[in-house]
Design a protein around this ligand. Structure first.
Ligand SMILES: CC(C)(COP(=O)(O)OP(=O)(O)OC[C@H]1O[C@@H](n2cnc3c(N)ncnc32)[C@H](O)[C@@H]1OP(=O)(O)O)[C@@H](O)C(=O)NCCC(=O)NCCS
Length: 229
């Protein structure tokens, strides 16, 4: 039960700084407010950038990057379930619709918990879903996160993944103040390595036979980019 003098934590969408931001606001219920919640102060973390909880929708010249919503699973299913998508990753092989819904819900959940964030990438003109890009394993103390992405096969080779990664990288370094971003590839995926290189990531090392895909073991290659690179 909410009583006077209690604190409540609400998430509010605010418009400002060129876009929509979602912030946690600690509020105190007052006698005056009754149903209306009066903002008292904003939940503060060590890094003020975390106030603006990285929920900004992004735009590039050709793309719209919209935060992932549960209902996106249906449009995403053909991309997620294509055999080419999981060929060089730890994503599930031939996922069912249920598994796709679970994966999309996971992206929503980690954003609510500030552990990650997912964007659905759409064509700005037509709204067609082209792919998905996300941050996960956000480590606030180390100011670091891991990036992953996949795009529909019919859209490969048009520079979309690079354009999306450049925008997300800039957002992570500049708005979210994440110092280190990393991504890994499985040996035999030169397209993804090229995308990373074009977005300014450097190959930092190889972990031998770390990844099991099917019954085979593969090396994984780690790429990193620092805010001052
Ligand atoms: C990796 C992936 C996202 C790339 O998407 P994309 O939209 O085609 O990427 P871009 O068009 O921005 O860039 C692709 C680059 O790779 C290059 N490339 C593609 N296939 C290649 C190959 N076999 N060898 C060398 N380079 C290759 C392209 O020529 C292009 O580079 P360029 O602009 O210098 O010519 C897409 O292939 C994909 O979704 N793959 C499956 C999921 C996946 O592997 N995700 C990454 C996990 S780490």
């Amino acid at each position: 039960m909410i009583r006077e003098g209690c604190f409540a934590r609400v998430v509010e969408r605010l418009n400002g700084c060129g876009g929509w931001w979602e912030v946690d606001i600690r509020t105190r219920i007052t006698s005056k407010s009754r149903g209306n919640i009066v903002p008292l102060d904003i939940t503060c973390d060590t890094n003020p950038a975390w106030l603006l909880r990285m929920t900004l929708d992004l735009e590039t010249s050709r793309l719209q990057l919209l935060r992932v919503r549960p209902e996106d699973w249906e449009a995403y299913y053909p991309i997620f379930s294509a055999p080419e998508t999981s060929q060089f990753s730890d994503l599930p092989r031939r996922p069912t619709e249920k598994r796709t819904r679970g994966f999309v819900n996971w992206m929503v959940r980690i954003s609510q918990q500030s552990k990650g964030f997912g964007w659905m990438v759409r064509d700005r003109g037509t709204g067609v879903l082209l792919g998905c890009i996300r941050l996960n394993s956000i480590d606030k103390q180390m100011s670091a996160a891991v990036i992953g992405y996949e795009f529909g096969t019919s859209f490969w080779g048009r520079g979309y993944a690079t354009e999306a990664l450049v925008a997300v990288t800039k957002h992570c370094h500049e708005a979210m103040k994440l110092y280190r971003l990393e991504a890994w590839t499985v040996e035999g995926n030169p397209a993804s390595e090229r995308v990373l290189e074009k977005a300014g990531y450097r190959h930092e090392g190889t972990q031998r036979k770390k990844m099991v895909i099917g019954k085979q073991r593969f090396d994984t290659r780690l790429f990193g980019r620092l805010a001052d690179d």
